[in-house]
Ligand binder design. Structure first.
Ligand SMILES: [Zn+2]
Length: 588
């Protein structure tokens, strides 16, 4: 019997020099330039994977015993490997829809904008809705919002609604406004604004935040494309860029059911950490999550649903971000009651809706993540979180440290920055927002308020982690753009204006953490993901250049060569697609 066992172990195991037997791995990567983000062994050459887990990280020589007869060995030829990258704020279906509907990104003037929309209008049947998104007037000359009257010229017979890139504003034509019942007499809804002509008070077609719903609810389902197709497209695009998990901030159980179906059918590869919109009662899905409890680590650790997303204000570019003092660059405007006001943005949520939800979330172990852009919104949410944390002591919470987050934490009064660490609140931030906004934020906010704007380094120094995201499809949603923005704090041409606080950029080591271990932590997965370490899920992103060493501008030219999720190579670049040598597996 004993002899039989010994024979068996000779057949199936190899002995490494220390005498410890190892089982052959399924997949071994060798000759890599591997950044592990594990402080004990920060750098390695080889990784061995068995099923969906990492079983070895170290030198090429020490990886030898893991290479059995049936092991697939991939020579990386020196390519750089980092832990599977995660985008902590990525609207998954929106990314897919961007590929499917009228995409207005990259347009630089009103004429081109109208010409592009007209192509879609000409293809549509009379009365059919034209929907699209992605335009941003910031770089237009002059940088003014388009109006209903502009759109009426090219689309008199089709209702049109086109979302601004940030999702916090949309322009509608007269027909769409009519269908939505928006007239001169319509009052601004709570948390939204109908922009009006300064002289006549007529709606201009621009609808901010909650005001968009007046028109959007008239758009028939399906007009914005099929969600299943959008999810599959988003998956394909995301893994090709090197993302291994995305954290999807907001949505519904409809999305959750769709993801479950697609995971069941093997059509989704990427990991998704999903939130549903709150607070109840206007968002019943949040109550359902509180009642039913979270979904954790389903489909082989691919799906988590354990957070509620709240939106507390608008965006800076569209003027809906709630500020402590008025915007520096906007004129007074006539409000519905006829008075002239200077805009300071608006809150979109109330204390009396939030408190019951926050307390229940603490009792039931549900994470809360709140969108807050302006310094007033950030202070308001910190106050709200603090109040609930004080009302429900640790002994009454399901999770003592609930890791609640503020999404964006974009403009924060410097006196509020230390409150994050004190309360255990995590700022989840998007580097590319800063390098896009740097062109208009100084005039919009004034120099003084830029202290505390996009203050990544101040946050890190204050003792909190900063998970990084892109907010795609608001931004492109590409890991190399985000990594570059975090370390350079300059736009993609290398420009940075006066007052742009270069000291708020982060080191490359910190930037790597922003897209690996920190998002893993904020998803309660730091023991599962986020570093290349024995026992963790085998998620890797292989890159065409050493982003920890190359000159800043070259980061933007870096490509994803390979994406590994749970030990499976889910994406591999072809030499043609990247124009450089690509690591090859032994089977080809
Ligand atoms: Zn977002």
């Amino acid at each position: 019997m004993k002899v039989w066992l010994v024979l068996l172990s000779i057949l199936f195991f190899t002995f490494i020099p220390s005498g410890r037997a190892v089982e052959p791995a399924d997949l071994v990567f060798i000759n890599g330039n591997i950044y592990t983000v594990n402080e004990k062994t920060p750098h390695a050459e080889a990784v061995a994977i068995k099923a969906d887990r990492i079983v070895f990280v170290g030198t090429n020589a020490a990886a030898k015993p893991y290479q059995g007869a049936n092991t697939r060995v991939v020579d990386l030829h020196g390519a750089t490997v980092v832990p599977g990258m995660t985008d902590a704020h990525y609207h998954f279906l929106g990314v897919g829809q961007r590929e499917m509907t009228l995409n207005l990104e990259g347009i630089t003037n009103l004429e081109d904008f109208l010409a592009k929309v007209k192509v879609w209008v000409d293809k549509a049947k009379p009365g059919e809705w034209i929907t699209g998104r992605g335009w941003i007037e910031t770089f237009w000359k002059p940088p003014v919002f388009p109006t209903r009257w502009d759109l009426d010229k090219i689309s008199p017979n089709n209702p049109v609604i086109l979302g601004r890139a940030d999702g916090h504003g949309a322009v509608a034509n007269s027909m769409a406004l009519k269908l939505g019942g928006v007239t001169k007499e319509t009052k601004d809804p709570f948390g939204g604004q109908i922009l009006r002509d300064k002289q006549t008070g007529e709606p201009t077609g621009m609808l901010l935040d909650n005001a968009q719903a007046l028109v959007r609810r008239q758009v028939p389902p399906g007009a914005e494309g099929n969600d299943e197709q959008a999810a599959v497209l988003a998956d394909k695009r995301s893994i090709a860029l090197g993302w291994t998990q995305i954290q999807d901030p907001g949505g519904s159980y409809r999305d959750v059911d769709l993801y479950k179906k697609l995971y069941g059918e093997g059509k989704l590869k990427i990991r998704i950490y999903k939130a549903v919109y709150g607070p109840p009662p206007s968002n019943p899905d949040a109550q359902r999550l509180l009642d039913e409890g979270p979904i954790i680590e389903a489909f082989g650790n691919r799906l988590n649903v354990r957070a509620i997303k709240v939106v507390s204000d608008g965006a800076l570019g569209s003027g809906g971000a709630a500020l402590l003092a008025p915007y520096s660059d906007v004129p007074e405007i006539k409000s519905a009651d006829g008075t002239m006001k200077r805009n300071a943005g608006f809150l979109r949520v109330k204390d009396e809706e939030l408190q019951p939800m926050l307390k229940q979330a603490l009792q039931k172990g549900i994470q809360v993540e709140t969108h807050a852009i302006g310094d007033y919104a950030n202070r308001f949410i910190l106050d709200e979180y603090e109040k609930a944390l004080n009302a429900v002591p640790k002994s009454e919470r399901k999770i003592a440290e609930p890791r609640w987050r503020i999404e964006h934490a974009q403009i924060v009064n410097p006196s509020d920055i230390p409150r994050f660490a004190k309360l255990g609140i995590i700022p989840s931030m998007q580097p590319s927002h800063a390098i896009g906004d740097l062109h208009f934020a100084p005039s919009r906010l004034g120099m003084e308020r830029l202290h505390g704007a996009y203050a990544w380094n101040s946050f890190i120094k204050s003792g909190v982690i900063v998970p990084g995201g892109s907010d795609a499809p608001v931004e492109r949603g590409e890991p190399m753009i985000e990594f570059y923005a975090a370390v350079a704090r300059k736009d993609i041409r290398g420009y940075s204006g006066e007052g742009w606080h270069p000291e708020e950029k982060v080191t490359r080591e910190e930037a790597l953490k922003m897209f690996t271990i920190w998002p893993a932590y904020v998803a309660f997965e730091e023991s599962l993901r986020g570093t290349i370490e024995d026992g963790k899920l085998a998620d890797l992103t292989v890159l065409s250049a050493d982003i920890m060493k190359i000159p800043e501008m070259e980061i933007l030219k870096t490509h994803c060569l390979m994406t590994v999720i749970g030990g499976e190579i889910v994406f591999k670049a072809t030499p043609v697609s990247v124009g450089i040598p690509v690591p090859r597996g032994d089977e080809e």
